[in-house]
Design a protein around this ligand. Structure first.
Ligand code: GLC
Length: 476
């Protein structure tokens, strides 16, 4: 894929004592350019998506790994699948939640590691239509609802892990799982991928946990996708686990590009300090779980959601935020409330998010460089709150402010309110031509002055929005 080198908006922070004494920062804004018109361009515009982990496992309300963790025999899990009956499922209602949240795409589990297909599969009758009393193709219904609402629709597919089909990857605790991996690939993995590509024409395929993948197999999966639709995006988990991405060598990244991979999927719940690729994604849980977990009520607040979204966008990525619906087909109410509150903020401040570009500033978003002691403390806290073992990177930073930009604009996202004027250095002479709150486009409220390369911004005593106030600087 053609790689358009983006001109970055470079924001170097020199002083850090912003909000106690005068807010002083080194800012070196440059022009930003679009990332181009390649097949992944929509992801750069979209920025924010809904991840949905939903399947038979939701019945046990204990996450999507429950079959593996508690070593449920295949026959027993199948018996549970045979009763799966999510009568409260309403595709339009789910898509409306995503839409009100300000999300522009959805990625849903079409088949997770448990091997159960949430779509009408001719390849295997271990699927929601043939195997359950519900008999409805929820993937088809969601695809139609997304098309109606103008939301991109993508499918998660666990390409090699399959705890149901003999020979599928993953630890084995039941004789019924034993078999030949190649046979699983030929009889299920490849044919089902063809099926979901043909039946639902997804905007992207989200591969995961590439146990047993080889370059040859990677090309085979990629070929299936792009022979059917050359515009469908593929994530890097086709070949590499999320936790491997930051350690990849340049030639491995090149190999991924050559293989037709479009965007990097970082480690679960982690925001990288920066990314070597122009298209990448952080996947995040809203509580601590992917699949529905009844015990986990550790929901991120709307402010935390917005802060993480802004951080990702400030580094050039897209943010995929998860919900885990119940076995009845309900998205938990606290999840909806918090997403909607963040969505209200986006209605006002979306200009600084959708299609916005990264800024670079050192010493900030180092989510993934926790010391062993910090990690231990985090795990302890997570266990105490019922969120399970915390993954490295799960820590929320408490930013005072972050910045995004686009051609001619610099957006300052203020999460804390400065008691003194903000002083920003590094601008070109007379570069700032205006300043206003996105919540108040009338140019009132923000006073600025520029002296050489230094811009001083005076703000009123109170924030416009306690969640996050966005100041837009107009740049020449
Ligand atoms: C991990 C888990 C999987 C989950 C995924 C989400 O790879 O294996 O259960 O779907 O993370 O990113």
């Amino acid at each position: 894929m053609k790689s358009n080198k983006t001109n970055l908006l470079t924001l170097g922070l020199a002083a850090c004592a912003f909000f106690s004494s005068p807010a002083v920062a080194q800012v070196i804004p440059a022009s930003t350019a679009d990332k181009g018109t390649g097949r992944a361009a929509w992801l750069d515009e979209a920025k924010y998506g809904m991840f949905i982990h939903w399947g038979v496992y939701s019945t046990l309300a204990n996450g999507e790994w429950v079959m593996n963790r508690t070593k449920i025999p295949v026959a027993e899990y199948e018996a549970m699948a045979a009763k799966f009956n999510p009568t409260k499922f309403d595709a339009d209602a789910w898509v409306a939640v995503a839409k009100n949240a300000g999300m522009k795409y959805i990625t849903i589990t079409s088949k997770h590691h448990d091997g159960f297909a949430m779509f009408d599969s001719d390849v295997s009758d271990y699927n929601i239509v043939d195997f359950t009393p519900f008999k409805r193709d929820v993937i088809k219904e969601l695809k139609e609802a997304c098309d109606k609402a103008g939301i991109k629709f993508g499918l998660y597919y666990s390409q090699t892990q399959d705890w149901n089909f003999p020979g599928g990857e993953g630890s084995k605790w039941d004789d019924a799982q034993k078999g030949d991996f190649q046979n699983y690939i030929d009889k299920k993995g490849i044919p089902q991928l063809k099926e979901i590509m043909t039946k639902y024409d997804p905007s992207h395929i989200w591969f995961d946990t590439p146990h047993g993948m080889t370059a040859e197999l990677g090309h085979r999966f990629e070929g299936v996708v792009h022979d059917i639709n050359p515009d469908t995006l593929i994530n890097s988990r086709l070949m590499y686990h999320g936790n491997k991405i930051e350690g990849l060598k340049e030639e491995q990244l090149e190999e991924l590009k050559d293989m037709g991979v479009d965007f990097l999927s970082y480690r679960d719940r982690s925001i990288p300090p920066h990314s070597p690729w122009e298209y990448w994604e952080t996947c995040m849980t809203l509580n601590g779980a992917w699949g529905f977990n009844a015990k986990d009520n550790n929901w991120k607040s709307p402010k935390e959601v917005v802060m993480q979204l802004v951080e990702v966008v400030s580094k050039g990525g897209a943010f995929l935020l998860n919900v885990g619906p119940t076995a009845e087909g309900i998205i938990p109410a606290p999840a909806i409330e918090n997403l909607e509150a963040a969505g209200e903020w986006l209605k006002v401040n979306g200009e600084a998010i959708y299609g916005a570009q990264q800024t670079i500033f050192d010493g900030k978003g180092d989510f993934v460089t926790l010391s062993a002691a910090e990690q231990k403390a985090l795990d302890k806290e997570a266990l105490a709150t019922g969120a399970g073992k915390a993954k490295k990177g799960h820590q929320q930073k408490d930013y005072a402010w972050l910045a995004t930009g686009r051609k001619g604009k610099l957006y300052l996202h203020l999460f804390k309110w400065p008691s003194e004027p903000m002083v920003l250095h590094g601008f070109d002479k007379d570069q700032v031509t205006g300043a206003h709150f996105l919540a108040d486009p009338g140019m009132d409220g923000v006073k600025f002055s520029q002296d050489g390369g230094t811009v001083t911004i005076e703000l009123p005593a109170k924030p416009v929005d306690d969640l996050c106030t966005v100041v837009c600087l107009e740049l020449k």
